[in-house]
Ligand binder design. Structure first.
Ligand SMILES: [Zn+2]
Ligand SMILES: [Zn+2]
Length: 324
Protein backbone atom coordinates (compact mmCIF):
# COMPACT_ATOMS: atom_id res chain seq x y z
CA UNK A 1 0.00 0.00 0.00
CA UNK A 2 0.92 3.65 -0.24
CA UNK A 3 1.62 6.36 2.30
CA UNK A 4 -1.05 8.84 3.27
CA UNK A 5 -0.66 12.04 1.30
CA UNK A 6 -2.58 15.26 1.78
CA UNK A 7 -2.63 18.25 -0.53
CA UNK A 8 -3.49 21.65 0.86
CA UNK A 9 -3.73 24.14 -1.96
CA UNK A 10 -4.78 27.79 -1.88
CA UNK A 11 -6.61 27.17 -5.17
CA UNK A 12 -9.30 25.38 -3.17
CA UNK A 13 -9.55 27.89 -0.34
CA UNK A 14 -11.54 31.05 -1.06
CA UNK A 15 -9.70 34.12 0.27
CA UNK A 16 -10.58 37.83 0.31
CA UNK A 17 -7.66 38.64 -2.00
CA UNK A 18 -8.62 36.14 -4.75
CA UNK A 19 -10.32 39.00 -6.54
CA UNK A 20 -7.21 41.14 -6.44
CA UNK A 21 -4.71 38.74 -7.96
CA UNK A 22 -6.57 35.85 -9.65
CA UNK A 23 -8.51 35.76 -12.86
CA UNK A 24 -9.94 33.12 -15.17
CA UNK A 25 -11.02 32.85 -18.78
CA UNK A 26 -13.62 30.31 -19.92
CA UNK A 27 -11.96 27.99 -22.44
CA UNK A 28 -15.15 27.70 -24.49
CA UNK A 29 -17.02 31.03 -24.54
CA UNK A 30 -14.20 33.33 -23.43
CA UNK A 31 -16.03 34.82 -20.44
CA UNK A 32 -13.54 36.31 -17.99
CA UNK A 33 -13.88 36.75 -14.26
CA UNK A 34 -11.86 37.77 -11.23
CA UNK A 35 -11.32 35.73 -8.08
CA UNK A 36 -12.19 32.14 -7.23
CA UNK A 37 -12.64 30.02 -10.38
CA UNK A 38 -16.23 28.66 -10.58
CA UNK A 39 -16.85 24.93 -11.11
CA UNK A 40 -18.87 25.71 -14.22
CA UNK A 41 -18.92 28.72 -16.50
CA UNK A 42 -22.04 30.71 -15.55
CA UNK A 43 -22.69 31.48 -19.23
CA UNK A 44 -21.95 28.31 -21.21
CA UNK A 45 -21.58 25.68 -18.48
CA UNK A 46 -18.10 24.65 -19.60
CA UNK A 47 -15.71 23.30 -16.97
CA UNK A 48 -12.54 24.31 -18.83
CA UNK A 49 -10.76 27.45 -17.71
CA UNK A 50 -7.47 29.22 -18.23
CA UNK A 51 -6.61 30.22 -14.68
CA UNK A 52 -4.08 32.80 -13.60
CA UNK A 53 -3.37 32.64 -9.87
CA UNK A 54 -0.73 34.21 -7.68
CA UNK A 55 1.35 32.71 -4.83
CA UNK A 56 0.18 35.45 -2.50
CA UNK A 57 1.14 35.76 1.13
CA UNK A 58 -2.43 35.89 2.46
CA UNK A 59 -3.45 32.87 0.37
CA UNK A 60 -0.40 30.87 1.43
CA UNK A 61 -1.09 31.80 5.03
CA UNK A 62 -4.60 30.43 4.75
CA UNK A 63 -3.21 27.22 3.24
CA UNK A 64 -0.82 27.06 6.19
CA UNK A 65 -3.68 27.50 8.67
CA UNK A 66 -5.45 24.50 7.09
CA UNK A 67 -2.20 22.52 7.23
CA UNK A 68 -1.78 23.30 10.94
CA UNK A 69 -5.32 22.04 11.64
CA UNK A 70 -4.62 18.86 9.67
CA UNK A 71 -1.33 18.20 11.51
CA UNK A 72 -3.02 18.75 14.86
CA UNK A 73 -5.64 16.12 14.03
CA UNK A 74 -3.10 13.64 12.68
CA UNK A 75 -1.08 13.86 15.90
CA UNK A 76 -3.74 14.35 18.58
CA UNK A 77 -6.73 12.47 17.18
CA UNK A 78 -5.07 9.74 15.12
CA UNK A 79 -1.98 9.39 17.29
CA UNK A 80 0.60 9.54 14.50
CA UNK A 81 4.08 10.45 15.66
CA UNK A 82 5.57 13.69 14.32
CA UNK A 83 8.56 11.55 13.35
CA UNK A 84 6.41 9.82 10.74
CA UNK A 85 4.95 13.00 9.30
CA UNK A 86 6.71 14.93 6.56
CA UNK A 87 5.69 18.45 5.63
CA UNK A 88 6.59 20.25 2.42
CA UNK A 89 6.01 23.60 0.78
CA UNK A 90 4.97 22.78 -2.78
CA UNK A 91 6.87 25.66 -4.37
CA UNK A 92 3.66 27.25 -5.59
CA UNK A 93 0.39 27.78 -3.70
CA UNK A 94 0.28 25.08 -1.06
CA UNK A 95 1.62 22.42 1.23
CA UNK A 96 1.94 18.64 1.15
CA UNK A 97 1.67 16.44 4.21
CA UNK A 98 2.85 12.83 4.14
CA UNK A 99 2.31 10.18 6.75
CA UNK A 100 4.73 7.32 6.40
CA UNK A 101 3.91 4.48 8.75
CA UNK A 102 3.21 0.76 8.67
CA UNK A 103 -0.26 1.38 10.07
CA UNK A 104 -1.08 3.51 7.06
CA UNK A 105 0.16 1.22 4.31
CA UNK A 106 -2.45 -1.47 4.93
CA UNK A 107 -5.37 0.98 4.69
CA UNK A 108 -7.72 0.41 1.78
CA UNK A 109 -9.47 3.12 -0.23
CA UNK A 110 -12.50 3.17 2.07
CA UNK A 111 -10.38 3.66 5.18
CA UNK A 112 -8.45 6.46 3.48
CA UNK A 113 -11.69 8.16 2.55
CA UNK A 114 -12.80 7.90 6.19
CA UNK A 115 -9.66 9.74 7.30
CA UNK A 116 -10.23 12.49 4.75
CA UNK A 117 -13.87 12.80 5.85
CA UNK A 118 -12.79 13.04 9.47
CA UNK A 119 -10.25 15.82 9.01
CA UNK A 120 -12.51 17.77 6.68
CA UNK A 121 -15.47 17.33 9.06
CA UNK A 122 -17.54 15.73 6.30
CA UNK A 123 -20.72 14.09 7.51
CA UNK A 124 -20.07 15.28 11.04
CA UNK A 125 -23.43 15.16 12.82
CA UNK A 126 -23.61 17.63 15.67
CA UNK A 127 -26.36 15.44 17.16
CA UNK A 128 -23.71 12.95 18.18
CA UNK A 129 -22.10 15.62 20.29
CA UNK A 130 -24.79 16.01 22.86
CA UNK A 131 -27.12 18.34 20.98
CA UNK A 132 -30.54 16.72 21.39
CA UNK A 133 -33.62 18.19 19.76
CA UNK A 134 -36.05 16.49 22.11
CA UNK A 135 -34.23 17.15 25.33
CA UNK A 136 -32.19 20.32 25.12
CA UNK A 137 -32.23 20.85 28.87
CA UNK A 138 -31.10 17.33 29.63
CA UNK A 139 -28.26 17.30 27.12
CA UNK A 140 -24.85 18.85 27.51
CA UNK A 141 -22.07 19.46 25.05
CA UNK A 142 -19.84 16.70 26.41
CA UNK A 143 -19.37 14.40 29.36
CA UNK A 144 -16.65 14.51 32.00
CA UNK A 145 -14.20 17.39 31.83
CA UNK A 146 -13.29 19.12 28.61
CA UNK A 147 -9.60 18.42 29.16
CA UNK A 148 -10.34 14.68 29.16
CA UNK A 149 -12.17 14.93 25.87
CA UNK A 150 -10.51 14.60 22.50
CA UNK A 151 -11.40 14.41 18.83
CA UNK A 152 -14.35 16.24 17.36
CA UNK A 153 -16.20 16.33 20.67
CA UNK A 154 -13.51 18.62 22.04
CA UNK A 155 -12.85 20.45 18.76
CA UNK A 156 -16.51 21.32 18.42
CA UNK A 157 -16.76 22.89 21.89
CA UNK A 158 -13.49 24.80 21.47
CA UNK A 159 -14.61 25.92 18.03
CA UNK A 160 -17.95 27.17 19.33
CA UNK A 161 -16.24 29.02 22.16
CA UNK A 162 -13.83 30.82 19.88
CA UNK A 163 -16.55 31.59 17.32
CA UNK A 164 -18.89 33.05 19.95
CA UNK A 165 -16.04 34.89 21.66
CA UNK A 166 -15.03 36.66 18.46
CA UNK A 167 -18.36 37.01 16.67
CA UNK A 168 -20.17 40.30 16.17
CA UNK A 169 -23.80 40.72 15.15
CA UNK A 170 -22.95 40.52 11.46
CA UNK A 171 -21.01 37.24 11.86
CA UNK A 172 -23.94 35.70 13.70
CA UNK A 173 -26.45 36.83 11.10
CA UNK A 174 -24.20 35.50 8.32
CA UNK A 175 -24.69 31.96 9.62
CA UNK A 176 -28.45 32.37 9.44
CA UNK A 177 -29.45 33.70 12.86
CA UNK A 178 -32.08 36.41 13.17
CA UNK A 179 -31.09 39.82 14.48
CA UNK A 180 -32.96 39.07 17.70
CA UNK A 181 -31.12 35.78 18.32
CA UNK A 182 -27.80 37.40 17.47
CA UNK A 183 -28.43 40.17 20.00
CA UNK A 184 -29.46 37.59 22.57
CA UNK A 185 -26.21 35.69 22.12
CA UNK A 186 -24.08 38.81 22.32
CA UNK A 187 -25.90 39.91 25.48
CA UNK A 188 -25.34 36.51 27.12
CA UNK A 189 -21.85 35.94 25.70
CA UNK A 190 -20.12 35.48 29.06
CA UNK A 191 -22.74 33.07 30.39
CA UNK A 192 -22.70 31.04 27.17
CA UNK A 193 -18.90 30.77 27.15
CA UNK A 194 -18.93 29.67 30.79
CA UNK A 195 -21.66 27.14 30.15
CA UNK A 196 -19.69 25.62 27.30
CA UNK A 197 -16.67 25.29 29.61
CA UNK A 198 -18.63 23.86 32.51
CA UNK A 199 -20.59 21.41 30.38
CA UNK A 200 -23.86 22.98 31.41
CA UNK A 201 -26.84 21.91 29.38
CA UNK A 202 -27.47 23.39 25.93
CA UNK A 203 -30.81 24.63 27.20
CA UNK A 204 -29.32 26.79 29.95
CA UNK A 205 -29.87 30.11 28.19
CA UNK A 206 -33.55 30.86 27.65
CA UNK A 207 -34.56 31.72 24.13
CA UNK A 208 -31.58 30.09 22.47
CA UNK A 209 -32.93 26.84 21.17
CA UNK A 210 -31.98 23.82 19.14
CA UNK A 211 -31.92 25.46 15.69
CA UNK A 212 -29.68 28.29 16.89
CA UNK A 213 -27.25 25.88 18.52
CA UNK A 214 -27.27 23.66 15.44
CA UNK A 215 -26.31 26.60 13.21
CA UNK A 216 -23.54 27.69 15.57
CA UNK A 217 -22.26 24.12 15.95
CA UNK A 218 -22.23 23.43 12.22
CA UNK A 219 -20.49 26.70 11.43
CA UNK A 220 -17.91 26.09 14.17
CA UNK A 221 -17.29 22.59 12.82
CA UNK A 222 -16.53 24.08 9.40
CA UNK A 223 -14.05 26.49 10.98
CA UNK A 224 -12.34 23.69 12.89
CA UNK A 225 -12.11 21.28 9.96
CA UNK A 226 -9.13 21.21 7.62
CA UNK A 227 -9.80 22.23 4.02
CA UNK A 228 -7.78 19.60 2.15
CA UNK A 229 -7.80 17.98 -1.25
CA UNK A 230 -8.59 14.33 -1.62
CA UNK A 231 -5.74 12.02 -0.79
CA UNK A 232 -3.60 11.13 -3.74
CA UNK A 233 -1.58 7.98 -3.39
CA UNK A 234 2.03 8.66 -4.16
CA UNK A 235 5.35 7.14 -3.32
CA UNK A 236 6.94 9.33 -0.66
CA UNK A 237 10.45 8.67 -1.92
CA UNK A 238 9.60 10.24 -5.25
CA UNK A 239 8.42 13.39 -3.47
CA UNK A 240 11.41 13.53 -1.17
CA UNK A 241 13.64 13.36 -4.25
CA UNK A 242 11.84 16.44 -5.54
CA UNK A 243 12.90 18.51 -2.52
CA UNK A 244 15.11 21.34 -3.72
CA UNK A 245 13.79 21.24 -7.27
CA UNK A 246 12.19 24.36 -8.69
CA UNK A 247 8.48 24.72 -9.30
CA UNK A 248 7.90 25.65 -12.93
CA UNK A 249 5.19 28.17 -12.12
CA UNK A 250 7.22 30.22 -9.65
CA UNK A 251 10.91 29.39 -9.73
CA UNK A 252 10.57 28.73 -6.00
CA UNK A 253 11.99 25.56 -4.45
CA UNK A 254 10.02 22.67 -3.06
CA UNK A 255 11.09 22.68 0.59
CA UNK A 256 10.78 20.15 3.38
CA UNK A 257 10.54 21.37 6.97
CA UNK A 258 9.86 19.74 10.37
CA UNK A 259 6.24 19.59 11.58
CA UNK A 260 7.21 21.55 14.69
CA UNK A 261 8.59 24.42 12.57
CA UNK A 262 5.42 25.15 10.62
CA UNK A 263 4.39 28.23 12.61
CA UNK A 264 7.59 30.05 11.72
CA UNK A 265 8.00 28.64 8.23
CA UNK A 266 8.20 31.44 5.67
CA UNK A 267 7.91 30.14 2.09
CA UNK A 268 8.98 33.51 0.72
CA UNK A 269 12.28 33.12 2.52
CA UNK A 270 12.98 29.39 2.64
CA UNK A 271 11.96 28.63 -0.93
CA UNK A 272 13.92 31.38 -2.67
CA UNK A 273 16.40 29.68 -4.98
CA UNK A 274 18.33 32.54 -6.54
CA UNK A 275 20.10 34.76 -4.06
CA UNK A 276 22.30 36.84 -6.36
CA UNK A 277 22.15 38.91 -9.52
CA UNK A 278 19.60 41.20 -11.11
CA UNK A 279 17.54 41.05 -14.29
CA UNK A 280 15.76 43.75 -16.28
CA UNK A 281 12.20 42.75 -17.15
CA UNK A 282 9.10 44.29 -18.68
CA UNK A 283 6.19 43.57 -16.33
CA UNK A 284 2.68 43.51 -17.79
CA UNK A 285 0.80 43.17 -14.53
CA UNK A 286 1.82 42.09 -11.03
CA UNK A 287 0.42 42.67 -7.55
CA UNK A 288 2.64 43.76 -4.68
CA UNK A 289 4.72 40.83 -3.43
CA UNK A 290 7.51 40.02 -1.00
CA UNK A 291 10.56 37.81 -1.36
CA UNK A 292 12.83 37.51 1.66
CA UNK A 293 12.71 40.90 3.37
CA UNK A 294 12.13 42.90 0.21
CA UNK A 295 8.77 44.07 -1.10
CA UNK A 296 8.19 44.64 -4.84
CA UNK A 297 5.46 46.13 -6.99
CA UNK A 298 2.69 46.51 -7.80
CA UNK A 299 3.77 46.83 -11.44
CA UNK A 300 1.80 47.54 -14.57
CA UNK A 301 3.26 47.79 -18.07
CA UNK A 302 6.65 48.93 -16.91
CA UNK A 303 10.33 48.19 -17.24
CA UNK A 304 12.05 47.39 -13.98
CA UNK A 305 15.31 45.91 -12.72
CA UNK A 306 14.68 43.15 -10.17
CA UNK A 307 16.71 40.62 -8.17
CA UNK A 308 16.89 37.32 -10.09
CA UNK A 309 14.39 35.49 -7.84
CA UNK A 310 11.76 38.24 -8.20
CA UNK A 311 12.22 38.44 -11.97
CA UNK A 312 12.06 34.63 -12.19
CA UNK A 313 8.76 34.55 -10.29
CA UNK A 314 7.17 37.12 -12.61
CA UNK A 315 8.44 35.40 -15.76
CA UNK A 316 7.28 31.96 -14.54
CA UNK A 317 3.83 33.37 -13.73
CA UNK A 318 3.62 34.84 -17.22
CA UNK A 319 3.55 38.38 -15.86
CA UNK A 320 6.86 39.60 -17.25
CA UNK A 321 9.35 39.17 -20.09
CA UNK A 322 13.11 39.48 -19.88
CA UNK A 323 14.49 42.48 -21.77
CA UNK A 324 17.77 41.73 -23.49
ZN1 LIG B 1 -18.13 29.82 -20.90
ZN1 LIG C 1 -4.21 36.04 -1.98
Amino acid sequence: GADLVFDIDADHIPTPCDKVHDNWVCGVCGLTGKGFTPNKCPVCGSEKFEVSTWPCEVCLDSAKTETVKLLDMLVRDFGFSEKNIYTFFSGHRGYHVHVESKAVRTLDAVARKEIVDYVSGLGLAVYFHGLDKKDLRGSSSYHGSLSDEFGWRKRLVLGMQSFILNADEENLMEIGLTKRKAEMILKNKDVILKNLSNRRSWGAVRGIGFETWRKIAEHSARLQSANIDTVVTTDIHRLIRLVGTLHGKTGLKKVEFPVSAIDDFDPFKSAVAFKAGAVIVFVSDAPEFRLGDEVFGPFRNQRVELPTAAAMLLVCKGRAKVIE
